[in-house]
Each structure stands twice: as C-alpha cells, then as structure tokens.
Design a protein around this ligand. Structure first.
Ligand code: NAI
Length: 289
C-alpha cells in the first residue's frame, strides 16, 4: 500500500480522492485549511513552507503520489490570494516533495487544472508569464486592472500557468527521468462547494449559461475515479498530459483548435529539443528488446 499527499482534502474532489485512496488501504496525508492531517494556508509562502515541512515530517520515506486539489474559485478583489493558492500552492509544494516522490521510483502526481483555461476570454498573457516566473505579486497587479473581468481572468490565468508548469516540468530528468509521472486533470463544472458558491454568487447566471453537452454537472466521485486511474500503473506511460473531463463544453466551443497542426515557425525549436533529447536521457531504451 502506498503513501499519498492530497491537498484540498477537506472538501469536494480532493475529499473524494482521499476517501477512495483510504478505502483502497493507502495512507493519505490530507492538507487543507481545516479538518486535515496537515492544516496550512497555501495562499502564503509561510503556509506553504510549513505544509511541506509537516508533510515530510509525517511521512517516513518515499511518497507514492500527490494530488493537488486545493484551489479557490474566482472571487472579486482576491486576485493575489487566488493565484498564490492555485499556482504557488501547487508548484512550491511539489518542488519540496519531489525528492521523496523520486524515492518511490514510479510516483504519480495529478494536478487540478480546469477547462476554464481554454474558454475564458481576455486572460492577460503577462499574468501567465509572471506566474511562470514565480512573481505572483506582478501577476495579481496585472489581473486586478481587468475590472469586472479580474476574477474569471485570475482563475483562468492561474490554471493556464499551472498546466504549463506541469507540461514544462514533467518531462525533465528530475521528474519523468526519476520515474515521476505528472499530469493535469481539467474538469468542467463539477458539483462541489466551490461550484455551488459560484452558482449562488452574483455571476451565477454566467456560470449557468455555459453549455454542457452532457446536460449535467459532473460529480466529485466521477472525477476521483479519473484521478485514481492517473495514480495507477495505467499512467506509467503518461507524462505532461492535460485530461479534460467536462461533459463536452470544450469540444463544443473549440472543436477544431486541437489537435493543432505543427506550425513551421516551431520547427527549429523542435529540432533543437530532439537534438538535445539523447543527452538528457529522453530517448526510449530498446536495448533489451
Ligand atoms: P472545493 O471548494 O470543494 O475544495 C477545495 C478545497 O481547497 C477546500 O477544502 C478548501 O478549503 C481548500 N483550499 C482553498 N484555499 C486553500 C488554502 N489557502 N490553503 C489550503 N487549502 C485551501 O473545490 P473543488 O470543486 O473540489 O475543487 C478542487 C479543484 O478542482 C480546485 O483546484 C478547483 O479549482 C478545480 N476545479 C473545480 C471545478 C468545479 O466545477 N468544482 C472545475 C474545474 C476545476
């Protein structure tokens, strides 16, 4: 049986994942603001440092997997807090856990993104870039200038940045090369306290107007089932993927945007990456075939 870290373990999808893991006999270290094995505020640097220290102190040895589900929904005037939880609450924690994940030999990491990444208009690129550079203060400044769009743009920016961080980082020698399989799950509307709060807010009608071809909201249990697969040996060959589970919204709104053709301008970068790959140990080893 394994040891798993689950953030956002007190509610919604994180709670559903923690329950499934415990039912299967695994040890779970849940992290949340309250009602968790490790209570910490992931919106502050001090909280993130305390959380990682406490997790590492509680787990004696390798960590078999981590599920990063703690997150805040769009909230007006809370741009800084939101990007800190949704982005740094994932990246800083994972950087701290990485050596213990590597010790497991084939650890799995699942990060919660969102399908809002591809359906939210006018997300400022500068905010995403600032987050990827680790500058949450700058990202929040850029986002707060968006007026009434600041809240949805902050949410989407934080989720775009975290998905890009996963795609960039997961393929590195210290991650995929160390046996860690890291991927993103991108849900559409799932009936949790977060979504219920959005539906009850002044912008609830906008949330409701979003088309869902499946004509129903997802359940935390359905998403937990996907996460369990992404934590299982089925994910041994899965690295840097963004798995959308959204009842069809994304396919309805952007049917032809991906798979995207490879534009000619990207060829030099791709050729360089392919040239470097053998040196980085990123070429499959067929020596025993
Ligand atoms: P939820 O609100 O039910 O659970 C989120 C948990 O994160 C809560 O227990 C909360 O206390 C914790 N959390 C929030 N801020 C924190 C902080 N500063 N420090 C520590 N813990 C904190 O939400 P839900 O819906 O289960 O969301 C899970 C993840 O899925 C989130 O990252 C969310 O952004 C994402 N998501 C949710 C969707 C939905 O429709 N419910 C859609 C797409 C993505």
């Amino acid at each position: 049986m394994g040891v798993y870290v689950v953030t956002g373990s007190a509610s919604g999808m994180g709670a559903a994942v923690a329950l499934r893991l415990r039912k299967d006999g695994h040890e779970v270290v849940g992290v949340d603001l309250a009602d968790a094995d490790v209570t910490a505020d992931l919106s502050t640097r001090a909280g993130r440092i305390a959380a990682s220290r406490e997790i590492l102190a509680k787990v004696d040895g390798p960590i078999d997997g981590a599920v990063l589900a703690a997150g805040m929904g769009p909230r007006r005037g809370r741009e800084r807090m939101l990007v800190e939880v949704n982005y740094l609450g994932v990246t800083e924690l994972l950087e701290a856990l990485r050596p213990r994940l590597a010790q497991a030999g084939n650890a799995k990491v699942v990060v919660f993104g969102s399908n809002s990444t591809t359906s939210t208009p006018l997300v400022p690129r500068g905010a995403v870039r600032s987050l990827l550079a680790g500058d949450a203060a700058k990202a929040a400044r850029i986002l707060s200038r968006r007026g009434p769009l600041a809240a949805p743009a902050s949410y989407a920016a934080s989720k775009i940045a975290v998905a890009r961080w996963v795609r960039r980082t997961s393929v590195a020698a210290e991650w995929a090369g160390a046996g860690i399989r890291m991927n993103v799950i991108a849900p559409g509307p799932v009936m949790t306290p977060l979504l219920a709060g959005q539906l009850a807010s002044p912008t609830g009608s906008q949330v409701r107007s979003f088309p869902v071809p499946a004509r129903e909201y997802g359940t935390p249990e359905q998403l937990a089932q996907w996460v369990m697969t992404m934590l299982s040996p089925a994910a041994d060959f899965m690295v840097g993927s963004v798995i959308t589970v959204d009842g069809g919204t994304e396919a309805l709104l952007r049917p032809d945007d991906w798979p995207a053709r490879l534009p000619g301008r990207l060829l030099p970068r791709m050729a360089w990456t392919m040239y470097q790959a053998p040196k980085r140990g990123q070429v499959a080893d067929y020596s025993d075939v």
